[in-house]
Design a protein around this ligand. Structure first.
Ligand code: NAD
Length: 385
């Protein structure tokens, strides 16, 4: 069989031969009891860079040892790309959201042998799910593998924005000492109203992590949490996003990108927020109208915007979020720490073992299967049809 892998390019200084740390902690289960991935074996050392071209998700040598053809490419855009040329007879496509191989309906149509698309990570919006269903291609992702990595990044970004870290760091780097310039936009998180759109694996973990900061914690999710969890964390539930927005000093967005949520954060949405709201989005760039966000950062309606997700990816050099005021943007990295990579590459191996050996996939790894949304996909996504 032919496996087509789209990792991100190697570091500019080359694939690392040495790492900052000699090992990473071993994590065996997630909150709620689900286990971390359980492949029969792995062919990499946890803590190594696996998401780049040389790392090839830690599965290349294993697949080749089984006699399969493995094509690895970072050339993914347009009809003349290596990806699109190799796609025509590929059986399996593997791509990470950080550097997505966008599988449009047109690409599904030319991929006549395609059976499985794996999201090496979480968030399968770069695969057109209607088209996957039309062609009965299975879409699977490694649920939970990097959810808690992203939750850490969200907490960090909320603090960075509220405390005015970025501008203060620039002052220090430039040799300055003007405390007043740093302090005039700096607040404490304590006592603020924090709300999350979606309290799934990431959103709920953020709420848990923020509990000790003594905030007011709000959420909206189309699936309400249990009364026990709401009580344990002291959560304020809202029946809609619109109902929640006027309360918030800090808004977090952690829902998938699908027809219900595409372009949700537009000028009308932003106008419903308190002036100076801080917004953290590590979910997907396509959830926002990028110009409306940039404009609101200029007028002060948004006090600061941070996260790691853009559209498209890689983001163009002139993307307004690179230069808009009070941003704490980074490239799409929150879910691809070396710690996260070890888990999502082990989970990818588990999915491929199940595929090759004809076993059912873990239900929570499925997004689309046998022509319809399934598992985690049926719970969190919608399709156009
Ligand atoms: P999850 O499936 O556990 O949670 C998703 C939640 O979104 C569910 O509770 C679902 O009910 C809710 N939801 C769906 N549509 C909604 C809507 N219209 N309004 C409100 N809630 C809605 O997934 P997760 O692990 O929490 O990940 C969430 C998303 O975060 C992913 O789909 C992906 O887009 C993004 N993500 C980003 C990174 C990164 O590196 N930045 C990594 C992992 C995931």
């Amino acid at each position: 069989m032919k496996f087509l892998l789209v990792p991100y390019p190697d570091p500019v200084s080359g694939h690392p031969t040495k790492y900052v740390r000699d090992s990473i902690p071993e994590i065996k289960s997630y909150p709620g009891g689900a286990t971390t991935p359980t492949p029969k074996a792995i062919s990499f050392k946890p803590g190594e860079l696996l998401g780049d071209e040389t790392g090839a998700f830690g599965i290349k040598s294993w697949l080749e040892s089984l006699g399969h053809q493995v094509v690895v490419t970072t050339d993914k855009e347009g009809p003349n790309s290596v990806f699109e040329k190799e796609l025509v007879d590929a059986d399996v496509v593997l791509s990470q959201p950080f550097y997505p191989a966008y599988m449009t309906a047109q690409r599904f149509a030319i991929a006549k042998k395609l059976k499985l698309c794996v999201t090496v990570g979480i968030g399968s919006d770069h695969y057109d799910l209607d088209a996957a269903n039309e062609h009965a291609v299975t879409v699977a992702e490694v649920s939970y593998s990097n959810s808690r990595s992203v939750a850490e990044h969200i907490v960090m970004t909320a603090l960075i924005l509220v405390r005015n870290f970025v501008a203060s760091h620039e002052v220090a780097k430039a040799g300055g000492w003007n405390i007043a310039d740093c302090a005039e936009r700096s607040y404490d998180l304590e006592g603020m109203h924090f709300g999350t759109i979606a309290a799934g694996r990431i959103g709920l973990d953020v709420l848990r992590k923020l509990k000790p900061f003594d905030l007011h914690l709000h959420y909206y999710d189309k699936h309400r949490l249990t009364p026990k969890l709401e009580e344990e964390l002291g959560l304020i539930y809202h029946a809609s996003v619109d109902e929640m927005l006027p309360f918030l000093d800090v808004l977090n967005i952690s829902c998938p990108l699908h027809p219900e949520t595409q372009g949700m954060v537009n000028a009308k949405f932003i106008a419903k927020c308190k002036r100076g709201v801080f917004i953290v989005n590590t979910a997907r760039g396509g959830l926002c109208d990028e110009n409306a966000v940039a404009e609101a950062c200029k007028t002060g309606q948004i006090g600061g915007y941070g996260g790691d997700v853009w559209y498209p990816q890689p983001a163009p050099k002139d993307h307004p979020w690179r230069t808009m005021p009070y941003n704490a943007m980074v490239p799409h990295i929150s879910g691809t720490s070396l710690s996260a990579q070890a888990r999502y590459c082990a989970g990818t191996r588990e999915i491929l073992e199940d595929f090759l050996e004809g076993r059912p996939y873990r239900k929570e790894y499925l997004i689309a299967h046998k022509g319809r949304l399934a598992g985690a996909g049926a719970y969190a996504y919608t399709t156009r049809q």
